[in-house]
Ligand binder design. Structure first.
Ligand code: PGA
Length: 242
């Protein structure tokens, strides 16, 4: 069974105080959310402590946005799986295009981070996707295929979520056609050994397009940036209408 995973990626937004204010407006709006939907907030490291205390007993799962492959060591500025474990988190975003484009993340480091996440019993959300130029050159499928092949070496596909995020659709308001996102997600699924991996779509997901996105046969959830920052918009997304 493929699980429905609705995840917010706050990126570098919200102080602890702002995160708690968000929760006050958000949790009450989930009372009708069907139980078979996993609702996840992937937040800055600095907000994990406050949120983990305040989400205790709620249905919302907590996630981080990165993980180092070593458990400790001389890696200034990095955070390890043992450190994350203390917050009771369940998910970690790995290989987001912003990490790849701005911070030198490669398919090899993505693979190491995925392994570390699984070693610490976290579910990695592996992000893959093509740039506008790659799409225009007709290379989208090859690029995604290569990202998957290299990232998934020695990875346990029974504890994995994949997010298809066309880079040109991230933060631009320019959503990928839902049928095209569905098609690419089908292509991704063909490359997996385990057919119960949940595959999300990400890129300018908002209240106005969530119902259409979730109506697609192969899309199992969404990874949401901008629209996850406001309680009303993210709860509308979690409460998508089938
Ligand atoms: P967006 O970001 O929803 O703001 O386009 C998505 C993402 O980067 O995961």
């Amino acid at each position: 069974m493929r699980k429905i995973v609705i995840a917010g990626n706050w990126k570098m937004h919200k102080t602890q105080g702002e995160a708690l204010t968000f929760l006050q407006g958000f949790l009450g709006q989930l009372s009708e959310t069907p139980q078979d939907r996993e609702v996840v907030l992937c937040v800055p490291f600095t907000a994990l402590s406050a949120l983990s205390k305040n989400l205790h007993g709620s249905r919302v799962m907590l996630g981080a946005q990165n993980i180092h492959w070593e458990d400790s060591g001389a890696y200034t500025g990095e955070v390890s799986g043992s450190m994350l474990e203390e917050f009771g988190i369940r998910y970690v975003v790995v290989g987001h295009s912003e990490r790849r484009q701005l911070f030198g993340e490669t398919d090899q480091t993505v693979n190491k981070r995925l392994m570390a996440a699984q070693r610490h019993a976290l579910t990695p959300i592996l992000c893959v996707g093509e740039t506008k130029e790659q799409r225009d050159r007709g290379e989208a499928e090859d690029i995604i295929s290569k990202q998957l092949m290299q990232a998934l070496v020695n990875i346990d596909q029974s504890n994995l979520v994949i997010a298809y995020e066309p880079i040109w659709a991230i933060g631009t308001g320019d959503t990928c056609e839902t049928t095209e996102a569905n098609r690419i997600i089908g292509v991704i699924r063909q490359q997996l050994d385990n057919q119960s991996v949940s595959i999300q779509y990400g890129g300018s997901v908002k209240p106005g397009n969530i119902d259409e996105i979730m109506a697609q046969s192969d899309i199992d959830g969404v990874l949401v940036g901008g629209a996850s920052l406001e309680p009303d918009s993210f709860s509308r997304i979690a409460n998508f209408v089938q």
